[in-house]
Write a protein that binds this ligand. Structure first.
Ligand SMILES: Nc1ncnc2c1ncn2[C@@H]1O[C@H](COP(=O)(O)OP(=O)(O)O)[C@@H](O)[C@H]1O
Ligand SMILES: [Mg+2]
Length: 220
């Protein structure tokens, strides 16, 4: 098993009001599995993904990733896991505009202890896998939205993660680029990477192996 989440709760405090968001999420994902999580806007999908990525902690519940108890780690251990086991893809691509593709895709290595030659090879390989080798010295503003998202996927891939967490990765793309990006996720899955892809777009469910729905604060 790659990931085991049990009875995860999370609420936000807004003034005197408590907003319950996650109300007992259970989730088990096998090694290499491709799971999509659907749900309306505000249903808590991003909140869950942040917890899975070690970017946020739940109020209660348990979370193990590759047998590690993710909720009792030191900051250093959490950074190590983020830098070696996880890749992130966001709706807004989140590329650094002043850096070219190679530099953007190299960023996760700030938190990864690979030697420079391994890093260089993995970065070039990731850029090739998303089909942008000919643009490697371009900067993000010279690319289309679909291409920018491919760079973001290359960045997620570069460290050879066990799991890619994608939050509405096609949310800012036209339907043709969306299709291309979803095909790319399918390819990554075929090559053995586990993927959790969150979206409110029903088309996304068609490419994954298993679809769960976030309803009333838990997955069903
Ligand atoms: N940092 C925060 N502080 C207060 N409320 C938040 C915060 N983040 C998210 N929320 C609220 O939690 C709910 C779930 O948000 P989110 O996880 O972003 O949903 P989704 O990604 O499914 O659209 C929403 O009602 C949102 O307003
Ligand atoms: Mg969201």
């Amino acid at each position: 098993m790659l990931l085991e989440v049990e009875k995860v709760y999370k609420s936000y405090q807004l003034g005197r009001n408590t907003i319950p968001v996650l109300q007992g999420v259970d989730l088990v994902v096998k090694k290499g599995e491709f799971v999509s999580i659907m749900g309306t806007s505000g249903s808590g999908k991003s909140t869950l993904l942040h917890i899975l990525g070690g970017l946020d902690t739940p109020d209660r519940g348990s979370y193990r990733l590759n047998k590690k108890d993710m909720l009792s780690l030191s900051d250093d251990e959490r950074s190590w896991i983020r830098g070696h086991w996880l890749g992130f893809v966001f709706q807004t691509f989140d590329l650094l505009p002043e850096f070219d593709l190679v530099e953007n895709v190299s960023l996760p290595f700030l938190y990864n202890s690979s030697d420079p030659e391994t890093m260089r090879k993995q970065v070039e390989n990731a850029i090739e896998r998303v089909g942008l080798a000919h643009r490697r010295r371009h900067r993000p503003f010279e690319l289309s939205g679909g291409e920018m998202q491919r760079v973001a996927i290359a960045r997620a891939l570069a460290v050879n993660p066990k799991l890619i967490l994608a939050d509405e990765p096609t949310g800012n793309l036209d339907s043709r680029s969306s299709r291309h990006i979803l095909e790319l996720f399918q390819e990554l899955h075929r090559s053995g990477t586990a993927i959790i892809l969150v979206s409110h777009d029903e088309k996304v469910a068609a490419v994954s192996e298993r679809t769960l729905h976030m309803i009333d604060g838990y997955l069903q």
